[in-house]
Design a binder for this molecule. Structure first.
Ligand SMILES: Nc1ncnc2c1ncn2[C@@H]1O[C@H](COP(=O)(O)OP(=O)(O)OP(=O)(O)O)[C@@H](O)[C@H]1O
Ligand SMILES: [Mg+2]
Length: 256
């Protein structure tokens, strides 16, 4: 399993030139963050506040405009299998079956020992054993998203980047998957960074919740969640965190 990992964003910002409109979009204002192995960091914030941009910077899919992203002091200079990503829109290989999509990273990394068992475990986890020979076009949105999740989880990357991985799932499947992902993370030394729109999900899963604000995207607060797992969504402390975060996102209870 992964050695101790320290991920740093050191005064990172990202802007995009919009040539057709002669404009610049400031996707992420100057941001510094530090995260390490064993943490589960949730990121919440309004649409467009730079959440996916942060994950893409860490994945090495885009480069910062200013500042540096480093892992154990080494600059991130491109994608690497040690940083696995599940995208907001499921991206599966349309020409591969469910089973072959899931085993893809093991095959390219030549991690073939025990790969058949791992694939079985993943198919069970996402409840799609019967669909193993189907192609992505034959799946519903929620099923495709579960396959994308399994494809990243299977190689146990030291850093796992999840961009609203459970967004397309119904409420019950979603709660089951939350527990399954937590179970896997607890048995590992992984650093998981998960973007979600769901404040309860952020608190239920995270050791820390990062609350972001828009225009320009920036970190409003970092809130350590000091509750033991498994967490009780209706406990007074849980509700306290929920109110605190909703307030920051400007959805606090209105005074009547
Ligand atoms: N490749 C790009 N070119 C131009 N603008 C971009 C690009 N990627 C992101 N942006 C802009 O940067 C801002 C932040 O985008 P980002 O995708 O990080 O938001 P987000 O917080 O993930 O939003 P959502 O919750 O809707 O997924 C947005 O204004 C977006 O339009
Ligand atoms: Mg996004």
């Amino acid at each position: 399993m992964a050695e101790q990992t320290v991920l740093k964003l050191d005064r990172v910002s990202k802007s995009f030139a919009r040539i057709e409109r002669d404009e610049i979009t400031y996707a992420l204002g100057e941001t510094s963050l530090e995260m390490r192995s064993g943490e589960f960091v949730s990121i919440v914030g309004a649409s467009g506040c730079g959440k996916s941009t942060i994950l893409r910077l860490i994945a090495g899919l885009i480069v910062p405009t200013m500042g540096a992203v480093t892992v154990n002091g080494q600059p991130v200079d491109g994608p690497d299998p040690s940083r696995g990503m599940v995208f907001q829109k499921p991206t599966l290989f349309p020409w591969l079956t469910v089973e072959k999509n899931i085993s893809f990273s093991l095959r390219i990394q030549k991690k073939l020992d025990g790969s058949a068992e791992k694939v079985e475990r993943m198919l069970r986890l996402i409840g799609l054993e019967e669909f193993r020979d189907d192609y992505p076009a034959q799946l519903s949105g929620g099923m495709a998203q579960r396959v994308a999740l399994a494809r990243s989880l299977i190689s146990e990357p030291g850093i796992l980047l999840l961009d609203e991985p459970l967004g397309a799932l119904d409420a019950f499947t979603r709660m089951n998957m939350q527990d399954e992902i937590l179970g896997m993370w607890q048995g590992s030394q992984q650093l998981v960074i998960m973007v979600t729109h769901d404040v309860d999900e952020a608190i239920y899963m995270g050791t820390r919740v990062i609350v972001m604000e828009a225009r320009p995207g920036r970190v409003r607060a970092e809130i350590p969640v000091e509750l033991d797992y498994p967490r009780n969504r209706s406990s007074a402390q849980f509700v306290g965190y929920r109110n605190q975060i909703l307030e920051m996102l400007h959805y606090g209870a209105k005074e009547s």
